[in-house]
Design a protein around this ligand. Structure first.
Ligand SMILES: [Zn+2]
Length: 593
């Protein structure tokens, strides 16, 4: 019995050719070219040749199998950096509340769409629930490889197998600490015992799957000779990926790069495995350390979406991916399989499900990452985006760059926004509009396009007064067997009207009343409550983003009572909509005149 496996299609063709020639020359040896109807497990994506020499004179030949997709051979191209996402393991373990299987599945499928190569789905030994969710994720994935974590213990590795039983391709990730402080104080062992345990664990995992990753926990603080010895032994035992974590986020880029470089210089069998890195951000070095490691030869980065993870977090996926893409020439031409246009969506899905807001200034995915506020910057970007923008918002899946109109914005910015709204230069007095814009910006903070448009049509007095004003508000919040009910009195122009109504909750009840009173049927797109100030004096701020006639409107409300703040925010959005309607009517009249 015999079979050949190769890594890629062209080697397969070459092998096919060699086999045919040998056959035709009659030098084929029956023991080599026997039919094998037993296809070895976990050989997806490999090409399998089976040749049968029926008698020594005639032959039937070639059964050929090439499965594409799951479990790609990721080490084929040396410029390819494998993205190993651990949002569901390292990221999840840092959350205050663990995620349900359904939530994890949602994130996993989103990561798959993002083009993540390996998804660390959990730690099966930690609980039966975790084992089950790892299994469900593995069953659902089509192109990404599912991975389970295990300590270097038999029961952990067996739990991984339990989670993956019957699944075509999966990875078992086993780890043990290698730094002196962990070996002596945590594990109470000596280094040689640790090596033995690691070798045993890797071999046990290899009995289950061909895709085994071994991690030297706290590698960043491990004496380099020990690290070399461990890596060499793990590879010898069958690890196909060896991970070098900076578990405590302690190293600096030059230092961490040096560790990877030394491994490549000193470990004789290092080319037999993919070297991976897993950095933490305690000193804000995770991205820099990971990239330096890649420049020294590492070809897998472990990371999380939004940099979620223990303490200061893990390396953030979006940062390393975009840095490698943007600075390709500096990064020696490495690339990843990440579909960068899906980054924004992944960031929002992870943030929403984990309840971990993305800081507005977060690189690549923060809401401010593509916003330009200073007048000088806005002027530059309007003339040529590259002046202050190194990558486009579209390249990571955001719609367009935000130009925040604030008191810092210059005339150019105002002109550009009006132009986008369809107003030609000369049809308005820029100096006058700009002066009024500055006043409005001082009062409101941020000005939106419809506010600007209103300045073109409204007189100074009209600007100040609002069509709708809250007169009084009464709410019964509900509770057991009580339906939330609200009663709202609004000043509408010169009249006052009252409405009462119910809703799913008190805010919903208030919104229903306002909608009936104003006659404006809008769609709520976003609703954010934040606290301003602290203690007894804290005020709740509610920001709403609503859609009316395909246009977005914003409203803000501030009050010590959040329900009142909600009402005020919606009323302010309704006032903007009302003004926009007046402007539309006026435009129509002008057109018809
Ligand atoms: Zn970690």
């Amino acid at each position: 019995m015999g079979y050949y496996t190769v890594d890629d299609f062209s080697s397969a063709l070459f092998l096919f050719y060699v086999l045919c020639i040998t056959f035709l020359e009659g030098t084929a040896n029956e023991s080599v070219f026997c039919i094998s109807d037993k296809i070895p497990n976990n050989k997806d994506n490999y090409i399998l040749f089976v040749i049968k020499d029926v008698s020594c004179k005639s032959f039937k030949f070639i059964v050929f199998q090439y499965k594409k997709g799951k479990g790609k051979n990721m080490a084929v191209d040396n410029n390819r950096v494998i993205i190993f996402d651990t949002t569901l393991r390292d990221g999840e373990q840092a959350l205050q509340q663990s995620l349900s299987t359904k939530q994890k599945l949602q994130i996993a499928l989103c990561l798959e769409q993002l083009g993540v190569d390996v998804i660390e789905a959990g730690f099966p030994i930690s609980s039966p629930g975790d084992l089950q969710s790892v299994r469900e994720i593995a069953l659902a994935l089509k192109t990404s490889t599912a991975c389970g974590l295990s300590r270097a213990l038999d029961k952990d590795i067996d739990a991984c197998y339990e989670a993956f039983k019957g699944i075509d391709h999966y990875r078992i990730h086993t780890f043990i600490a290698t730094s002196d402080i962990h070996v002596h104080d945590k594990l109470k062992k000596n280094f040689d015992d640790i090596v033995e345990m690691a070798v045993h664990a890797v071999k046990r995992a290899r009995n289950y799957t061909d895709d085994v990753e071994f991690s030297c926990e706290d590698a960043g603080r491990t004496p380099i000779d020990h690290l070399c010895k461990m890596v060499e032994n793990a590879i010898k035992a069958g690890a196909t990926t060896v991970n070098i974590p900076d578990t405590v986020g302690y190293t600096l880029p030059y230092e961490f790069g040096g560790i990877i470089k030394t491994l490549y210089n000193k470990v004789p069998n290092i080319d037999k495995a993919v070297i991976s890195v897993h950095c933490h951000n305690d000193l804000g070095m995770a991205t820099a350390n990971s990239l330096t490691a890649v420049m020294e030869g590492a070809r897998q980065i472990e990371c999380t979406v939004n940099g979620l993870g223990e303490r200061a977090g893990n390396t953030s996926l979006e940062e390393v991916v975009m840095a490698m893409k943007l600075r390709k020439e500096y990064m020696k031409g490495v690339y990843t399989n990440i579909v960068t246009e899906n980054i924004a969506r992944a960031s929002q899905v992870v943030s929403g499900i984990t309840n971990e807001p993305v800081p507005s200034h977060k690189a690549i995915v923060g809401s401010n990452a593509f916003a330009h506020s200073s007048g000088i910057h806005q002027d530059g970007v309007l003339k040529n985006k590259s002046t202050y923008e190194i990558l486009t918002p579209q390249s990571v899946g955001f719609k367009e760059n935000n130009m925040h109109m604030t008191a810092r914005s210059g005339r150019h910015m105002i002109k550009a926004v009006l132009e986008k709204l369809g107003y030609r230069e000369g049809s308005y007095d820029l100096d006058d509009i700009y002066a009024r814009f500055l006043k409005l910006a001082d009062r409101k903070g941020q000005v939106f396009d419809y506010d600007l448009e209103a300045l073109l049509f409204l007189s100074h007095e009209q600007e100040e007064d609002s069509q709708f004003e809250l007169d009084s508000l009464n709410v019964m919040s509900g509770g057991k067997n009580i339906i939330p009910t609200a009663s709202v009195r609004l000043k509408i122009g010169k009249r006052t009207r009252t409405e009462s109504g119910t809703g799913n909750g008190p805010v919903d009840a208030v919104f229903n009343c306002i909608s009936r009173l104003t006659g404006i049927k809008l769609k709520l797109d976003n609703f954010v409550i934040s606290a301003k100030g602290s203690g007894m004096n804290a005020q709740g701020q509610v920001d709403v983003d609503v859609i009316y006639n395909n246009r977005h409107y914003h409203g803000k409300g501030l009050s010590t009572d959040v329900i009142e703040a909600s009402a005020l925010s919606l009323i302010s959005a309704c006032n903007s909509i009302y003004r926009a309607q007046l402007i539309e009517e006026e435009k129509h009249e002008k057109e018809n005149a």
